[in-house]
Design a protein around this ligand. Sequence first.
Ligand SMILES: NC(=O)c1ccc[n+]([C@@H]2O[C@H](COP(=O)([O-])OP(=O)(O)OC[C@H]3O[C@@H](n4cnc5c(N)ncnc54)[C@H](O)[C@@H]3O)[C@@H](O)[C@H]2O)c1
Length: 270
Amino acid sequence: MNAAAAFDFSEQVVLVTGAGAGIGQGIAAAFHAARARVALGDLREAPLKRAAAALRDRVFAQTVDVRDEGSVTAFVAAAEKELGPVAIVVANAGIYPNTPVLEMDVAEWDRVMETNARGVFLTCRAAARSMVARGAPGKIITISSGAYASGRPGAAHYCASKAAVVMFTKVLAMELASARINVNCIAPGFVRVDSEVSPLTEEYVSTLTRGIPLGRAGTPADIADAALFLASPYADYVTGEVLGVNGGAMAGRAHLPLSTAAAQKKESTR
Ligand SMILES: NC(=O)c1ccc[n+]([C@@H]2O[C@H](COP(=O)([O-])OP(=O)(O)OC[C@H]3O[C@@H](n4cnc5c(N)ncnc54)[C@H](O)[C@@H]3O)[C@@H](O)[C@H]2O)c1
């Protein structure tokens, strides 16, 4: 397969939620640079408008609340009317507030589950219904997190929601396989985005970054690269998978010292 052709998304419509900022904005920009027509959806109008204006052409933007069935259906319909049938979907919108379980109120639990889990379900369902009705193949990508497999304090709702995304992805992949629609999940590690919606403390960020074997935080472009791969013909035989993009952070306990005195001595004389 010709690599340049495989990553040329001309004439393809790519729909991305949470595209006004952070990882979603980076993914939308990467597909746009690869010549796709891109539909950007986000809850916040001002960042959404800025993200769309930065791309200038081959772009459609509409505010959407991924928690709301009618809003998601209207977004997908409007995107298709404006740009054409959606071929690639990235269900990215998500939030990550932090509260220990004993202090967490029901509203916060619901907000996280509704945005991160229900939002992915609604986005994928709306797009997949359109693909299936047309008999068209497609690529669906969900955004989970390393948090689906590795917990951290204050993130019970977030971790649960991201585990839900993984299992949703696997089941949807089976259900849509005969329709030639691939469904895969990206599980990013820490990606520096300076989120306005879910701000992180510097202490958390520096502690987290120290535990990444490749020695740096991820960027939205790192995640976009994985999305381009999963949307490309190179991933035609990949479905129901979770692709970790995390600088090695999920490989194990990289912060541990060597385990024997002899090994430590050898290392110190190197
Ligand atoms: N940044 C990280 O380290 C990291 C790591 C793993 C996974 N993720 C996941 O990546 C995705 C993007 O995160 P980010 O770091 O870019 O966050 P971000 O806050 O920078 O961007 C998320 C965007 O989603 C939008 N959004 C929030 N609720 C929405 C709703 N109900 N409907 C529509 N849009 C909504 C926000 O307005 C925002 O623009 C999330 O699913 C997040 O859980 C992020």
